[in-house]
Design a protein around this ligand. Structure first.
Ligand SMILES: [Zn+2]
Length: 371
């Protein structure tokens, strides 16, 4: 991956490149940032740039043997550590999943832990970075550098090393010459302080709306009318935005508004029909429907105290919410939010989808009408 393949994040890219160019790249660095800010993409571009033999225009060339191997994720001096799960009580090392790791990254590097655990068929298992993966990492650094400029490890979701992280303290403290460790985390507070203190921490900001919009226009096929809404919903999170554009074929806010209207009227037959249609959606779409509802009401709540330009809604949706203020006051707003949170929790636990939709519509009816 080249730096130019990452949309935006210009400040971070410039900073990382300048460290490399001035030969000041630290041997241990930690990228910290919220989910979906592109930490892994930045790490991949960074290691390709470090190893490239023929850097050009402030980026890796993409042509030299090093770049070809970095981009294919088969460079012998770039090692990856990521979460796995235990099988039959036996820990599985990262190396057992290298092939899947390459495949997943080649799709795009903006996946999250859930996507990854799905990918390696461990969705219901506890994800962690076991001792065996860190021993592999230790061993890797005891080997000579084959062909790169440095020997590098990228440790993705590194908070999942938990206490096992102590096993690599000595390695980070007294690294072999030309070693680089790049830790990535979305939960800095869960990383051992002994690791943090040995790293330079780089905070990665979320993507801007413009970066997300550009990615959406150039990489995804999305109805132009939905672009603004998807970008607003994603709120700087590239992972969320890609998910949204993959799963959502309909205008979600319009659907949430339909549900509110229908529940307000409280016609039993309409509610049952609606619940049956809802049942036909995919699991992801069902969960996202409730999540959108939650986001919508969050904006609703904020609209009481913030100016219009800070409310992440299209004019049309904003107007509908303004009208809704006649039947939904502050107190009801909190109750609806709690209801939606329950819906998400129940849905994730695979509760009866149709029954839950009927019940929550009736609860909503009571809340809005007071009857
Ligand atoms: Zn190159």
């Amino acid at each position: 991956m080249k730096f130019k393949d990452i949309y935006g994040q210009e400040g971070t890219k410039t900073y990382l490149k300048s460290l490399i160019e001035r030969n000041r790249f630290p041997h241990a660095i930690l990228f910290s940032g919220k989910k979906g800010c592109g930490k892994l993409a930045l790490a991949l571009a960074t290691v390709a740039y470090i190893q490239c033999r023929n850097r050009i225009d402030g980026d890796s060339c993409g042509e030299c043997p090093s770049c070809r191997k970095s981009f294919q994720l088969i460079h012998p001096d770039i090692h990856y550590v990521f979460p796995t799960y235990s099988k039959d009580t036996k820990s599985q090392p990262s190396s057992a999943f290298y092939e899947k790791w390459r495949e997943r990254i080649k799709m795009h590097p903006y996946f999250d832990l859930n996507d990854w655990m799905d990918e390696i068929e461990g969705a219901k298992k506890k994800a962690n970075i076991p001792k065996v993966s860190l021993l592999e990492m230790n061993k890797n650094f005891s080997l000579r550098i084959y062909e790169g400029n440095k020997k590098i490890s990228i440790i993705w979701q590194s908070e999942l090393m938990e206490k096992e992280g102590n096993r690599i303290l000595k390695l980070i403290e007294e690294p072999p010459e030309n070693s680089v460790f790049i830790f990535l985390t979305e939960n800095l507070d869960q990383i051992l302080s002994t690791i943090i203190s040995r790293c330079q921490v780089v905070k990665i900001p979320p993507f801007t709306d413009d970066d997300l919009k550009l990615y959406l226009s150039e990489k995804m096929e999305v109805d132009p009318l939905k672009k603004d809404q998807i970008v607003q919903l994603a709120d700087g999170n590239m992972h969320e935005m890609i998910k949204l554009s993959e799963y959502i074929q309909t205008d979600v806010y319009a659907e949430v508004f339909d549900w509110l209207r229908l529940s307000f009227k409280g016609n039993a037959l309409d509610i049952i029909n609606w619940s049956e249609t809802f049942l036909k959606k995919s699991n992801h779409e069902q969960i996202y429907f409730y999540k959108y509802g939650l986001k919508l009401f969050k904006q609703f709540l904020m609209s009481y105290s913030l100016p219009r330009e800070e409310i992440r809604l299209t004019d049309e949706s904003f107007q509908i919410l303004e009208n809704l203020k006649a039947v939904i006051d502050h107190e009801k707003l909190f109750q609806i939010t709690a209801l939606l949170n329950d819906c998400i929790r129940n849905r994730e636990r695979n509760a009866n989808v149709k029954l839950q939709m009927i019940n929550s519509s009736l609860t909503l009816h009571k809340l809005m009408t007071g009857k």
